[in-house]
Design a protein around this ligand. Structure first.
Ligand code: AVI
Length: 318
């Protein structure tokens, strides 16, 4: 998740996909920009801050569950699997899993090569005897994993409820792709945030200190900096909404007043109250999660949660 793409204030050539997604997203109705573009350097730092917020329970809750259940995961999965992490494993969760599962190799997959190399270097220092095989790739596509682990059964690891940032159709596609990439006999350990009372959910995405607001608004700063935008950032406010119909938190940037601006020399205007939809974070009840896993070609074999039932980890087999 945390990808050092550009330094603050540094002028770089914009990613053509960023340009295309922003322009298309501002043109469509309702307006929407994919959440993946939150994570420039500043956005990654702000996300790191979010994970430590009092209101943002997912990170600490999932870490505590993992700490507790890890020996059990190791017993069910058996030792010596290759752990394949979808994302670079920058968190404290990866060392936890590596320590108790004693894998034959660790394969972190990430689209950002720089970040992947850096986090792999740090992990190799902490686990000098572990074979670390960083794999630079887009894990949304089927992958041929390194030869070295070709004949070793895999344990996929997808923590953080990142699966919740995809609409269910995409999540199912990703689960199927993971199954194909991980091969015969694979297992998958995946974290999903649970449906709970609306106040807790909204507070987690609209904290008192305004860190999540800054994270959301940073997208506009990034557009201004990288795409020659003139968006008046102070004319927007952050909003987190619970969409009960779709069981998801939505983040929006709402225009406080009528605004017009250019991005990449193209004019745009928003009426007061109009929003740009910037993120979905889907929440899954126990049955929903199991249906999702089965739709993605996985058989759920174990489910663990915290005492308050806020978050859940699922172990599934191919
Ligand atoms: C990365 N992802 C799982 C976070 C979430 O909870 O959906 C992103 C996030 N957005 C706002 N706060 C956290």
């Amino acid at each position: 998740m945390l990808k050092p793409e550009i330094e603050d204030g540094e002028q770089t050539l914009a990613d053509p996909q960023f340009r295309a997604d922003v322009l298309a997203g501002l043109e469509r109705r309702p307006r929407a920009i994919p959440a993946r573009w939150f994570y420039d350097r500043r956005g990654s730092e702000l996300f790191e801050d979010i994970t430590n917020l009092r209101e943002y329970y997912p990170t600490r809750t999932e870490t505590a569950i993992l700490e507790r259940i890890c020996p059990e995961v190791a017993e069910i999965a058996g030792r010596g699997r290759a752990v394949v992490e979808f994302g670079s494993g920058s968190s404290t969760k990866t060392p936890l899993l590596l320590r108790c599962t004693a894998p034959s190799a660790y394969v972190p997959i990430d689209i950002s090569g720089d970040f992947l190399r850096e986090s792999s270097r740090v992990l190799s220092q902490a686990f000098p005897d572990l074979l670390v095989l960083p794999f630079e790739a887009d894990f949304m596509r089927p992958l041929a994993l390194p030869h070295t682990v070709a004949d070793v059964p895999k344990l996929g690891f997808f923590p953080g409820s990142t699966i919740g940032n995809m609409i269910p159709l995409m999540a199912v596609d990703l689960l199927r792709t993971m199954r194909a990439s991980l091969g015969e006999g694979a297992m998958l350990l995946v974290g999903m945030d649970r449906i709970k009372d609306e106040a807790t959910l909204v507070a987690a995405y609209d904290d008192e200190d305004g860190v999540t607001a800054a994270f959301n608004l940073n997208l506009l700063e990034r557009i201004n900096r990288e795409l020659g935008g003139t968006i008046p950032v102070d004319a927007f406010r952050h909003e987190a909404r619970w969409n009960d119909d779709r069981a998801r938190i939505e983040m929006h940037l709402v225009a406080i007043r009528a605004v017009d601006f250019v991005v990449d020399a193209r004019p745009f205007d928003l009426a007061a109250g109009e929003s740009i939809h910037t993120e979905n974070s889907h929440k899954y009840g126990s049955r929903d999660a199991r249906i999702l896993l089965r739709s993605g070609g996985w058989t759920p074999i174990h489910e663990w949660t915290d005492p308050d039932g806020l978050f859940a980890l699922y172990l599934a087999e191919a």
